[in-house]
Design a protein around this ligand. Structure first.
Ligand SMILES: Cc1ncc(COP(=O)(O)O)c(C=O)c1O
Length: 467
């Protein structure tokens, strides 16, 4: 009989040792000892060298996806007689080496703060391959972006028009800009991941666009590229993208009557599978359907298809990353509420909401696997939890793990490449884990692990050297 605490979508696998290729990185497999390997490096070797917990990025997976997505979008764009430029949304996962992978694959990089811009520049990215976002850019951030000759700045409010024009003018430069529009389309995703319903902070209202573009065009040192829309994140279906594109194109057509509008940027937000229940539309299909809808709308409006741009993040970085943890305390908790009388195994690991805030923030689901060995034990319904002082400190809300899971086993959590390191914190003064890239039997450090000294060094009440 199914454990009544298990959600409907969760099915106990026939073999807990099998690696589901839809969820785990491309190079994930088990070696002759039954251990999980990524990029042909075993989890025990990684943990020995870099400690636990550990973020691991499958470099081959990341690079393969970059090329696949670039090809999928440009093929779909070619079919409707245009081009599609891709900006990797670096907020999803950003390190200097990641920026180099993206640039080498021919994509551009979208940054949304001065800090993200600094990493991209430090990695060697040229301004011409960068775009700057942000709903509250400071003058310093705008100044740095313009000084670095970023290809485009996405204007998020009326106030920014004058600010960007003034900074560009002081620098004696002309800056290309887009205008982010709140299309009013409610994406089918978590409330906090939907970014285009009316009552939120991003972009300008559709009804204000013509006036604001008039204002942008009145500044000789601003070059208007077109409109921008980002409807949200972790979206599985195409209809929200299509609805947003159609709404923007209506205004785009009006704007063409008074000047150039060479481009249209439809943002990112393409969803990935975190569990076996997630069934996103393939990205090539998604790209084709969006472009076909764009072409149909342009033809109905009697306008030329603009150049297109997109900003995928999670779909590139998410599936390439996993997190390794060491298992600590294990408890069988009997839940007798609502006459259920069922047991859930709580498996505690040495990290938690400080290295993966998404379950607490978005009720996000993840999948876990015993990584250090194979077993023929029966499946037990588990909740993987962290070591923070919060009952919401959950890493994997619902999954099946072998019932013989034990202290010091290595647990791997899938699809943690996006928005885990990015959202990490020092809550409870946990040190943040290292991140490594693995490829072809070799590992290389992307981000070193924090030490307690890193934590102490920021506290002005602790004298240096005495800690
Ligand atoms: C403006 C913008 N573009 C792109 C993205 C990337 O979204 P995703 O990682 O879901 O593709 C985001 C994410 O928040 C965003 O705010």
């Amino acid at each position: 009989m199914k454990n009544p605490l298990a959600p409907q979508w969760l099915v106990a696998p026939a073999d807990l040792n099998v690696i589901d290729a839809r969820i785990w990185p491309r190079t994930a497999k088990r070696n002759s000892h039954g251990e999980l390997t990524i990029g042909d490096v075993s989890v025990s070797a990684l943990m020995r060298q870099y400690g636990s917990p550990l973020y691991v990025v499958d470099q081959e997976d990341f690079e393969t996806t970059l090329l696949y997505i670039k090809r999928a979008f440009s093929d779909a764009a070619n079919k409707i007689g245009t081009t599609a430029k891709l900006y990797y949304a670096s907020k999803s996962l950003l390190t200097a080496e990641v920026v180099r992978w993206v640039i080498d694959a021919g994509l551009s990089v979208d940054v949304s703060t001065g800090g993200e811009l600094a990493v991209a520049l430090a990695a060697g990215a040229k301004g011409e391959r960068l775009g700057l976002h942000g709903n509250n850019k400071s003058l310093v951030e705008i100044g740095k972006a313009i000084a670095s000759d970023v290809a485009v700045i996405v204007i998020d409010s009326e106030l920014e028009i004058e600010r960007i024009a003034a900074v560009a003018s002081a620098a004696g430069k002309t800056q290309a800009v887009r205008l982010r529009v709140n299309s009013g389309v409610h994406a089918h995703t978590h409330e906090h991941l939907a970014t285009a319903r009316e009552d939120q902070k991003f972009g300008v209202a559709l009804s204000d666009v013509e006036e604001l573009v008039g204002k942008i065009r009145s500044f000789s040192n601003l070059r208007f590229l077109g409109l921008h829309s980002h409807i949200g994140s972790q979206i599985f279906v195409v209809d929200g993208f299509v609805a947003a594109a159609e709404r923007l194109l209506d205004v785009h057509a009006q704007l063409l009557k008074t000047g150039d509008v060479p481009e249209l940027n439809l943002g990112g937000g393409f969803g990935i599978a975190y569990t076996e229940a997630d069934k996103p539309l393939g990205i090539a299909d998604m790209a084709t359907r969006i472009m076909q809808a764009v072409a149909a709308k342009c033809s109905a409006l009697g306008i030329a298809v603009p150049k297109l741009a997109f900003e995928p993040g999670r779909i590139i970085s998410g599936p390439a990353g996993i997190t390794l943890y060491s298992v600590g305390t294990i408890k069988d908790v009997t839940v007798s509420e609502q006459g259920m009388g069922a047991t859930r195994k709580y498996v505690s690991v040495d990290g938690g909401m400080s290295d993966n805030a998404r379950p607490a923030l978005y009720q996000a689901e993840y999948s876990a696997m015993l990584a250090s060995r194979v077993t023929s034990a029966t499946p037990a319904l588990v909740r993987v939890v962290g070591k923070h002082c919060e009952s919401g400190d959950i890493v994997v809300r619902h999954d099946f793990l072998p019932s013989d899971i034990a202290v010091n086993d290595v647990l791997a959590v899938a699809a943690t490449g996006a928005y885990c390191f990015s959202l990490s914190s020092n809550y409870n003064f946990l040190t943040r884990p290292a991140m490594v890239a693995v490829k072809g039997g070799k590992s290389s450090l992307l981000i070193r692990a924090e030490t307690e000294n890193d934590l102490l060094s920021r506290d002005a009440g602790i004298s240096q050297g005495k800690a």
